[in-house]
Ligand binder design. Structure first.
Ligand code: ATP
Ligand code: MG
Length: 281
């Protein structure tokens, strides 16, 4: 696989040396997305209640352009709800949610948010089992989601190149003509990540991506995410601490809908409150 240098979450690596907000790592983003302050996602004082139960409370979180952020925390901490807010599935009762400097996520539909460049992978793979690996990627690339209309339409050279690149990235080049239903669980997960990548998202949200994977698949996932960081921003929710340790620049610990601690994995692991509510169990 093509080696892409892993940009650390550190404004000092910005080769231009220009003054940016502390979050920026100096990556250019897609045309149309304004990230001039180096922050791709801004969440401020987000509140979400379900029948009086406060799933997110005054949650504030910033993700830098090109950053790979891990979100950890006990069951029920609000990690999935946080992703639901970012993708427009759940509307916050209050708070701010911005993609780049100008896109107000609280006023956009789920489709608009996806089209603006936020891709989400759910835990359970949702590939079309009867279609080949290539056809799944082809379908994901199309904006018209009608299966047969999409498969009949001819791909442009550029679109084909993109699919070829993604097949290499997700290591499914050899399996391109296999029905997706015959892939292993891990390969289906990689295919689903590929289905996000063909849409060229700026921000990828991945909820428990290595659950159920073999050790080798987990290791490849770590490599893949590190290679995507820098050119993409990633938010990864995961309980597997050794996986988190192998990828994370920076970790946010969620507890009862609030960010309890933030820092390197070593820093949050040394935090007394974090040990008490999560790691020490
Ligand atoms: N649609 C909903 N209606 C009512 N309660 C909900 C809803 N969605 C989530 N909750 C509650 O909000 C809290 C946060 O749930 P969430 O799924 O975000 O946790 P999580 O951090 O992803 O947990 P896990 O690690 O188990 O996946 C939980 O107590 C959950 O029961
Ligand atoms: Mg969850």
């Amino acid at each position: 696989m093509r080696a892409v240098p892993h940009l650390m979450f550190d404004p000092m690596v910005d080769p231009s040396g220009s003054a940016r907000d502390a979050l920026g790592v100096g990556q250019s983003a897609a045309p149309g997305l304004d990230v001039r302050h180096g922050t791709i996602l801004t969440l401020e004082d987000i509140n979400v209640s379900f029948d009086g139960f406060r799933a997110l409370r005054d949650l504030t979180l910033y993700i830098g352009v090109g950053e790979l952020r891990c979100i950890i925390g006990p069951n029920g901490a609000g990690k999935t709800t946080l992703m639901d807010v970012i993708t427009g599935k759940t509307r916050p009762d209050s708070g701010k949610a911005w993609f780049g400097e100008t896109l107000d996520l609280t006023r956009m539909s789920e489709v608009e948010i996806a089209e603006a460049g936020i891709g989400r992978k759910f835990q359970k793979p949702t590939v079309f089992e009867a279609l080949s690996v290539f056809e799944n990627l082809e379908l994901a690339q199309k904006t018209d989601k009608s299966v047969w209309a999409s498969l009949r339409a001819r791909l442009s050279g550029e679109q084909k190149d993109r699919i070829e690149d993604v097949l290499t990235t997700i290591r499914l080049r050899e399996s391109r003509n296999r029905p997706a239903g015959l892939l292993s669980h891990g390969q289906k997960q990689f295919l689903e990540i590929g289905m996000l990548l063909v849409q060229e998202p700026q921000l990828l949200l991945l909820d428990e991506p290595v659950a159920g994977m073999t050790d080798a698949e987990t290791e490849f996932t770590a490599e893949l995410f590190k290679s995507l960081a820098g050119t993409h921003s990633l938010m990864v929710v995961e309980h597997d601490m050794s996986f988190v340790g192998s990828i994370a620049d920076r970790v946010s610990v969620l507890h009862q809908g609030h960010v309890l601690a933030e820092g390197s994995l070593e820093e949050v692991q040394a935090n007394d409150e974090v040990i008490e509510v999560y790691l020490g169990r």
